[in-house]
Design a protein around this ligand. Structure first.
Ligand code: 13P
Length: 301
């Protein structure tokens, strides 16, 4: 008998975000500095938050998972532990042995029907263990450190019908493909000299995305919460537009790590390691706090 997902911490957190009309930050974490920054920012802002690990953590060291789980267990505000982009059944089974509140069953590199079939079967397996699931109908293109690039695979926008079929499999969260990509939005960023046109295009594109998002939101109808991927270099108004469009967890990677990454490149070997870690953590924390205000989750814990 599958356990009720009502008591699941991730489900409770994202349902509250949906009802409250705010977003919860999901921070892709590779190290102690990022995990520490999430906890400090969440406690300072009295905001819910999520720590996202990629399956890479399973292969690198389970100690990273234990560290993240301890951070969630000891924080004075709700922090969820989520495994993001688990792309194979083996990794999902392995991850289910750890205290993840939710796991993304990312079968989007398979064809549509296979994605659906695997998602349904694995969702049942994870629900038996009380772990909530996220699925990706369609295909969000691109890649990032720890997630295989979709390479030659065609990006597929999520349709309303697909969203309905995925929700019917019992998933808890749905990651729509509505024009978002993982990693760099090279195009927009590169057209720096043509800013007006870019702005105009951006507005037009955003309204197109919102239409699709709106239809997907209708299909999920509160039965599954929407999750945003691919937020690299997102302007504040784009983030807030997506939350208005129904997004509950907003995954971030470079968006909160870019200052840290630059600092590490510039200072490694030049300052003591303790300073590198301390200042590095502060730089990530500042960006997370900023995004909590933008997403409207500050004070919601
Ligand atoms: P990017 O914005 O860098 O793609 O990372 C966030 C994300 O979507 C992780 O799943």
């Amino acid at each position: 008998m599958a356990k009720s997902m009502k008591d699941n911490k991730a489900v409770q957190m994202l349902k509250a975000a949906e009802e409250g009309g705010y977003g919860v930050i999901g921070v892709v974490s590779y190290n102690l500095e990022t995990i520490t920054a999430v906890v400090r920012a969440a406690e300072k802002k009295r905001s819910p938050a999520q720590i996202l690990l990629f399956p890479w953590a399973l292969h690198y060291s389970p100690l990273l998972i234990h560290l993240a789980a301890a951070a969630c267990a000891t924080a004075t505000v709700p922090i969820v532990l989520h495994m993001d982009h688990a792309q194979s059944e083996e990794e999902i089974v392995a991850a289910s042995e750890y205290p993840f509140d939710s796991i993304m069953v990312d079968m989007s590199h398979y064809e549509k029907e296979e994605n659906l079939e695997k998602t349904e079967r694995i969702t049942k397996f994870l629900h038996e263990k009380g772990i909530a699931t996220e699925a990706e109908p369609g295909r969000i293109n691109g890649g990032e450190d720890g997630v295989a690039d979709t390479g030659d695979l065609e990006g597929l926008l999520t349709t309303q019908e697909e969203a309905e079929r995925f929700v019917n499999t019992g998933i808890d969260f749905l990651a729509p493909a509505f024009g978002n990509v993982h990693g760099n939005y090279g195009g927009i960023e590169n057209i720096k000299l043509d800013f007006k046109r870019v702005l105009w295009m951006r507005t037009a594109l955003i309204s197109g995305w919102m239409d699709r998002l709106e239809s997907i939101r209708k299909a999920t109808d509160g039965k599954a919460q929407l999750v945003l991927h691919g937020t690299n270099t997102f302007p504040d108004e784009t983030m807030q537009g997506c939350i208005k469009g129904g997004m509950t967890r907003c995954n971030v990677n470079e968006l909160v790590l870019f200052k840290y990454n630059k600092y590490i490149v510039e200072n490694t070997g030049k300052v003591p390691l303790t300073e590198l870690m301390g200042r590095g953590t502060d730089l990530i924390q500042e960006q997370i706090e900023y995004q909590m205000d933008i997403m409207g989750s500050s004070g919601k814990a």
